[in-house]
Each structure stands twice: as structure tokens, then as C-alpha cells.
Design a protein. Structure first.
Length: 235
């Protein structure tokens, strides 16, 4: 008679959810890492859209990121997540600066600032969904980056299935942002909508669908990872 597979929650048996939860938390940097990635970007976006002063927004966001960076360095911890935010700010600011150099007014600069985010969300969503379809979900590689073996997780079908669901949850906010914000961007650029109104609506959508929407997706991932229902494969 074949040996029964141990149920999840049995003493000494780690569930798939438990393992992925621990490794994904390290990859995302926990609550602090996610906040460090969001706060400087939020400061830049709000300041730029309210003041329409690109230089002031960049300086203020850099001050914010600098304080977070110093705190990490003093504690001798990785500044990875602060640097990620700075890269995003730099790309958006560059697009806005190019619009200004081309003679664009404040609204043209603001619309240009939104463009990299739309491109990023479009590409990221396509990659996430496609990786799930081919059964190599990108969340699995995030787990692998922590364990030191980028593909070992793929040997366990249960882990692949769970990582696929997590990957789709990560893709959902990106898809929603593109569906809502891309038509507004096009309308503002083509004159189908008053540019000033388009900037205001996109700004509101960007803030509402940025960090808050990401939190909703992460809460869904947390719920999925706290069920502890899937025993690990013996391998």
C-alpha cells in the first residue's frame, strides 16, 4: 500500500505557501522595501502635478530618497529599493524635460511624465501574463533569486501553480492602469480632451491606482500565501 502524502499543517512539513511567502517577502523587501520604492515616487508625482515645477519636484523627491538611503547605509542594509524608486523618477523626469526642451507647456510636460509609466505597465503586464501561460511564472524567478537557484522551484508542480496565481495577481494592477490611463493620455495628446483636464484626471487615476491598487494586489497575494494548504513535494 502506497504511503499517504502528509497533509498541510502536519508537524515538520512545510507548505508551499509558507516557503513561497518567506522567499517572496525577502525578494520584495518586506513592508519597508515596498514603502521605500513608493514614497519618493509619490512625493515627486504629487509635487510635480501640483506645482508644475519639474526642478522643484525632482529636488524634493531626491531629498526624500536621500534620507531613506542614508538610513539604509547607516544600518548597513541594502539600498536596492530606494535606488529602484530613483530610477523610475529619473526616467519620468527625463521624458518631461524632453517635452519642455521641445517647447511643450506644463500640460505637455505632465503628459510626457505619464508616458514611461504606461509603457512600463504595458510591457510588465504582457510579460507577467505570458510567463504564466507558458508555465514559467515570473514570481517563481523572484523566489529563485532568493534561494540562489533560479529554476529549482519549477521542479515542483504545486509551486509552479501557486507562483502562476501570484503572477496574475501582480499583473492585474498593471492591466487596470493601462486600460484606464492610456485612453486618457491619448485623448489629451490628440486634443480629443482638454489637456488640462486630461492631466488632472490621469493624475488622480495614477495616485488612486498606484500604491493603493498595489496594496490590494499584495493583500490578495498575502491571503493566497497564508492558507498553507499545499504540502511540498517530497523532492
Amino acid at each position: 500500500m502506497s504511503e499517504e502524502r502528509p497533509a498541510a499543517g502536519t508537524a515538520g512539513v512545510e507548505s508551499v505557501e509558507h516557503v513561497v511567502r518567506a522567499q517572496l517577502s525577502k525578494a520584495l523587501g518586506g513592508i519597508r522595501g515596498m514603502a521605500e520604492a513608493a514614497v519618493p515616487t509619490l512625493v515627486f508625482t504629487v509635487t510635480f502635478l501640483l506645482s508644475k515645477d519639474l526642478r522643484f519636484a525632482v529636488v524634493l523627491s531626491l531629498v526624500c530618497a536621500g534620507l531613506l538611503l542614508v538610513a539604509r547605509l547607516v544600518q548597513r542594509q541594502t539600498p536596492q529599493f530606494v535606488l529602484n524608486a530613483l530610477v523610475g523618477i529619473g526616467i519620468g523626469a527625463f521624458f518631461a524635460w524632453r517635452a519642455a526642451r521641445g517647447g511643450g507647456d506644463a500640460n505637455d510636460q505632465a503628459l510626457a511624465y505619464f508616458l514611461p509609466g504606461l509603457i512600463y505597465n504595458s510591457v510588465y503586464a504582457v510579460l507577467l501574463v505570458l510567463s504564466t501561460v507558458v508555465r514559467w511564472p515570473l514570481v517563481g524567478f523572484m523566489v529563485g533569486s532568493v534561494t540562489g537557484d533560479p529554476t529549482a522551484w519549477h521542479d515542483d508542480p504545486q509551486v509552479v501553480r501557486l507562483c502562476g496565481r501570484l503572477t496574475l495577481l501582480l499583473a492585474a494592477p498593471c492591466l487596470l492602469r493601462v486600460v484606464v490611463q492610456a485612453p486618457l493620455y491619448v485623448a489629451g495628446r490628440t486634443g480629443a480632451m482638454d489637456p488640462d483636464a486630461a492631466v488632472g484626471v490621469i493624475a488622480g487615476a495614477k495616485l488612486a491606482m498606484g500604491w493603493p491598487l498595489q496594496v490590494v494586489a499584495l493583500l490578495g497575494m498575502v491571503w493566497l500565501l497564508t492558507r498553507n494548504k499545499t504540502p511540498r513535494a517530497e523532492a
